[in-house]
Design a protein around this ligand. Structure first.
Ligand code: C2E
Ligand code: MG
Ligand code: MG
Ligand code: MG
Length: 283
C-alpha cells in the first residue's frame, strides 16, 4: 500500500504502521462516543504532606470505563485525544467534574487537574476554567492546574498571557513531570508557577543512583530559593520517602500512600487523613 506523503512523495506503510494507524482511528471514533455516553471517569490520587500524614491535594486522573475492554488508562487514549484535538472537550469535562467533586471535600484539600498543551491553543481556555469554578462554586485557590514543560517552552506571548490570566483568576499553576530536560528551574521565575512535581523517574532512581541524588538535592535547594512547593511523584517505598525527607521534600504522591482511586473510595481516605494534629504530637 502506498499513500501520498506531505510533499507528494509516496510513503510506504508497513503492516505495523497500518495497524497502529487503524488502532488510532478506532480509538478516536470510540473515544468520541465515550464522551457522549459518559464513559469517562475521574480517579483521584492523594498528595500527602509526609510530616503530618495529611492529604493536601488530590490529582484528578481520567479513566475510560470501556464497556468491553474494562478500564483503559490515560496513557493509551490521552495521546490519541491530543493528536485528534478531542483533548479539548475531554479537558473541559475533566475540569468541570473535578471542580464539582472537590467542592464536597474538606476545605484544605485542593484538586489538581492536568492541562494538555493543546488546551492552551484554545481561545476559550480561560473561560472554560472560570466557568468550571463559577458553576461549581469551588474557591479558585483550591484548583491547581498541572502544565508540562512542553507548554512552557513554546513560551509565546499568547501562552504567557494565558498563564497570567490563570494566575489572576486565583488558581495555582504546577509544573508536572519536571525532569530538567528543556528548562532549568531558574527559568521558572518567568512564569507564575507555584509548585513543581519532580518526575517519577527521579523517585525510582533515588536510592541507587548518586547522580539522581545530586540532581534531587539541587532541585530541592533551588525550589527553596525560588519559594516553590516541591512534590515527589511515584514514591513507592519507605526508603524513597526517607530519602525525599532527607532532601526536605515532604509533599509526596505515590503508591506508598495510595493508588488513584474512584470517587466512591475517597471518603475513608479523607476521613482518616484529616488535617487535625495527630494524637501523638498533640499530647
Ligand atoms: P501525570 O499527570 O504525571 O500523573 C501521574 C501518573 O503517575 C498517574 O498515572 C499515576 O497513577 C502515576 N503514579 C502515581 N504514583 C505512582 C507510583 O508510585 N508508581 C507508579 N508506577 N505510578 C504512579 P495515570 O493515571 O496512568 O496517568 C498518566 C498520565 O496521563 C498523567 O501523568 C497525565 O500526563 C495524563 N493524564 C491523566 N489524566 C489526564 C487528564 O485529565 N488530562 C490530561 N491532559 N492528561 C491526563
Ligand atoms: Mg499530573
Ligand atoms: Mg506527573
Ligand atoms: Mg507523567
Amino acid at each position: 500500500e502506498a499513500k501520498l506523503g506531505a510533499r507528494g512523495t509516496a510513503v510506504r506503510y508497513s503492516p505495523k504502521m497500518q495497524d497502529a494507524l487503524l488502532e488510532k482511528r478506532a480509538i478516536e471514533e470510540e473515544l468520541r462516543e465515550a464522551l457522549v455516553k459518559d464513559e469517562l471517569a475521574l480517579f483521584y490520587q492523594p498528595i500527602v504532606d509526609s510530616r503530618r500524614g495529611a492529604i493536601v491535594a488530590m490529582e484528578a486522573l481520567v479513566r475510560w470505563r470501556h464497556p468491553e475492554r474494562g478500564i483503559i488508562s490515560p496513557g493509551v487514549f490521552i495521546p490519541v485525544a491530543e493528536q485528534t484535538g478531542l483533548i479539548v472537550e475531554i479537558g473541559a469535562w475533566v475540569l468541570r467534574r473535578a471542580c464539582e467533586d472537590a467542592v464536597a471535600w474538606p476545605r484544605h484539600v485542593r484538586v489538581a487537574v492536568n492541562l494538555a498543551p493543546k488546551q492552551f491553543h484554545q481561545a476559550d481556555l480561560i473561560d472554560t476554567i472560570a466557568t468550571a469554578l463559577d458553576d461549581s462554586g469551588l474557591d479558585p485557590d483550591r484548583l491547581e492546574l498541572e502544565i508540562t514543560e512542553s507548554t512552557l517552552i513554546s513560551n509565546t506571548d499568547d501562552i504567557q498571557a494565558k498563564l497570567a490570566k490563570i494566575d489572576a483568576l486565583g488558581a495555582r499553576l504546577s509544573l508536572d513531570d519536571f525532569e530538567t530536560g528543556y528548562s532549568s528551574l531558574s527559568y521558572l521565575n518567568r512564569f507564575p508557577v507555584k509548585k513543581v512535581k519532580i518526575d517519577q523517574a527521579f523517585s525510582r532512581q533515588a536510592i541507587e543512583s548518586p547522580k539522581t541524588q545530586a540532581i534531587i538535592s539541587a532541585i530541592s535547594a533551588l525550589a527553596k530559593d525560588l519559594n516553590l512547593d516541591l512534590v515527589a511523584e511515584g514514591v513507592e517505598t519507605q526508603a524513597q520517602l526517607g530519602f525525599m525527607a532527607s532532601k526536605n521534600i515532604f509533599l509526596i504522591q505515590g503508591y506508598l500512600y495510595s493508588k488513584p482511586r474512584p470517587i466512591e473510595e475517597l471518603a475513608p481516605l479523607l476521613e482518616c487523613w484529616s488535617d487535625a494534629p495527630r494524637l501523638e504530637s498533640a499530647a
